[in-house]
Design a protein around this ligand. Structure first.
Ligand code: HEC
Length: 119
């Protein structure tokens, strides 16, 4: 019985150790440092939105009922909280449909937290 307890403890311990190692693995997404970004729409933000969202939301696209391709067109969704719900929150549909990477979501989050300035 004592042996069994020992074996089980060892198993639990190694699982914990493995889990701890995994956190440091380079395969984990990088954590974006907001201070290294310009946090404006006319920077990283518009390039992410243009390449991941315009496929459906550009005026030339029929992928969505709404055209959202300029800062002025994004603004109402930013102000209503819809942008946060659809793009930034866990499991957000648009982040998924636009195939945003974890890093891209974090860049958008930095900009959003900075008050989503245009320039
Ligand atoms: C595959 C096409 C597609 C892609 C890619 C896509 N969207 Fe959408 N989007 C839609 C459709 C369709 C709707 C309407 C969904 C609904 O009302 O259920 C929508 C709705 C929205 C809305 C408005 C939500 C509302 O109901 O008011 C916002 C904001 C939005 N998308 C932003 C984005 C952003 C930002 C991206 C890129 C990260 C993106 N979308 C990528 C198709 C797309």
């Amino acid at each position: 019985m004592k042996h069994l307890t020992l074996i089980i403890s060892a198993a639990i311990l190694s699982t914990l150790l493995l889990a701890a190692c995994k956190t440091d693995s380079p395969l984990m997404p990088e954590v974006v440092d907001c201070n290294t970004l310009d946090n404006i729409y006319n920077g990283e933000v518009s390039s992410i939105l243009n390449s991941n969202c315009a496929t459906c939301h550009a005026s030339t696209s029929s992928g969505s009922p709404f055209v959202i391709e300029t800062y002025a067109e994004y603004l109402p969704y930013l102000e209503s909280g819809e942008f946060e719900i659809e793009v930034l929150n866990d499991g957000a549909r648009m982040a998924d449909w636009g195939n945003l990477t974890e890093e891209e979501i974090q860049i958008l989050q930095c900009w959003y937290d900075a008050g989503y300035p245009e320039n």
